[in-house]
Design a protein around this ligand. Structure first.
Ligand SMILES: Cc1ncc(COP(=O)(O)O)c(C=O)c1O
Length: 419
């Protein structure tokens, strides 16, 4: 069997084999790897545009405003590209607000979310004129009210509801149940709404519910929206619902997930008369990106074939953190020889990129692509083991450019004082 068949469901118009060689849009990836080295992240601008168009079309009947969730991948060039497609931004730190502003995003189109915003970050968001602040506790509301009073501004606020609903997803990315730190319990939301005069310097005009990422079904989202609507119902000025992100993407090709059209169709009957906001991240960038790695060594032990690559958990921590499965395929298609454990050089047993990847015979120097790596890949990369972060390359049709260069050992020392 060829890897082309195995991963067929995960390849797309942008990332595909041509005559046995893996391409991203108009660029052969072997030639790109020759030019920029490995490991390296590669993103397809065409696929990004297609993903945005798909979401925009799905939610057009709901007239929804889409705020890209910067946490998925906040590379400046990518944020610029997405802003150019008309997306607002969802930021969860002062750093992300700064990134959005530097990308030229209109501050009014930024929603500022997060369970632990510092006073300095809230003040920065107010001074920058962020369009919405999603508040996650009574304490935060009090602080925001005070900071707004000091500045003589009246920010628009959405209270983030924790509806007490367990989404069908990995426990680390389920956020809407009462064991999760996120959001405000329904009875507290009700109480805050009943006493809005206690926070006169903020305008509570919305509720926010994000119950998790990689949502396997629409039912829990519907339930969460209903809960939010019942809390908002008595208040005429409260007609904005931010439903968060969480639209799932296929990582193995075997998943049977609802697509954005199914989410939109299920939500539409509920949302008549509501202003709808969305905060998708993964569904925009995940399958537009891949991680290129090179084989360093191959060894057999304990009945396993270990393929040690120059890519590791420091580039892509999702397999170690979430037991995520990312398909790994060769840059040159060849018949599969059997399963392999694809692992990196980091001194951790958890440093595995894929356990049981069906791969051809491999030798040092061969190259592999780790697919569906655009979201929460580079965004969660680290310098553990003093590894430098990889470059990021953006492909536009048959041209490419490095949009973040590979770090150097000097970069690693830049902030140290005793050099
Ligand atoms: C509040 C909030 N909004 C949006 C997102 C984006 O989720 P996703 O990338 O699954 O679309 C997240 C991610 O966890 C989140 O916490």
């Amino acid at each position: 069997m060829l890897p082309t068949e195995l991963s067929g469901a995960l390849l797309n118009e942008s990332i595909r084999y041509e005559n046995g060689a893996l391409w991203c849009d108009g660029v052969p990836l072997d030639a790109l790897a020759d030019a920029v080295g490995t490991p390296a992240y590669v993103y397809s601008a065409a696929r990004l545009r297609a993903n945005v168009a798909r979401l925009q079309a799905a939610f057009a009947p709901l007239n929804a405003t889409i705020h890209y969730s910067l946490k998925a991948n906040a590379n400046l060039a990518i944020v610029r590209l997405l802003a150019g497609l008309g997306l607002g931004m969802d930021a969860v730190s002062g750093g992300e607000i700064d990134r959005a502003l530097r990308a030229g995003v209109d501050p009014a189109r930024i929603v500022f979310a997060g369970v632990g915003k510092t006073p300095a970050e809230l003040a920065y968001a107010l001074d920058a004129g962020a369009g919405w602040i999603n508040v996650e506790s009574r304490d935060e509301l009090r602080l925001l009210d005070r900071l707004a009073a000091e500045r003589k501004v009246r920010p628009r606020v959405a209270l983030r509801l924790n509806p007490g609903i367990s989404a069908r997803t990995h426990p680390h990315i389920a956020t809407g149940h009462f064991g999760a730190k996120f959001g405000i319990a329904p009875e507290v939301v009700a109480d805050i709404l009943a006493h809005q005069s206690a926070a006169p310097h903020v305008a509570i005009e919305g509720l926010h519910v994000h119950i998790g990422s990689q949502l396997g079904r629409v039912e829990e989202t519907i339930e969460a929206v209903r809960e939010a609507q019942s809390l908002a119902a008595p208040y005429r000025t409260l007609r904005t619902l931010n439903i968060g992100g969480g639209f799932p993407v296929a990582y193995t090709g075997a998943e049977r997930y609802p697509d954005p059209v199914q989410f939109a169709a299920a939500l539409a009957p509920l949302l008549n008369g509501w202003q709808v906001k969305l905060e998708p991240g993964r569904s925009i960038i995940a399958d537009a990106g891949l991680l290129l790695v090179s084989v360093l060594y191959v060894k057999h032990q304990g009945g396993h074939r270990f393929v040690i690559t120059d890519g590791s958990m420091t580039e892509l921590i999702r397999p170690a953190l979430y037991e995520a499965v990312h398909p790994v395929i060769p840059l040159r298609a060849a018949p599969v020889a059997g399963p392999a454990i694809v692992a990196g050089p980091v001194c951790e047993s958890a440093d595995v990129l894929h356990r049981g990847a069906d791969l051809p015979p491999l030798a040092p120097g061969d190259r592999l692509a780790v697919l569906v790596a655009g979201a929460y890949g580079m965004a969660m990369a680290s310098n553990y083991n003093l590894r430098v972060k990889p470059p990021e390359v953006l492909i536009e049709d048959d041209t490419w450019r490095v949009v973040r260069r590979r770090e150097t050992w000097d970069d690693l020392l830049r902030l140290e004082e005793d050099v």
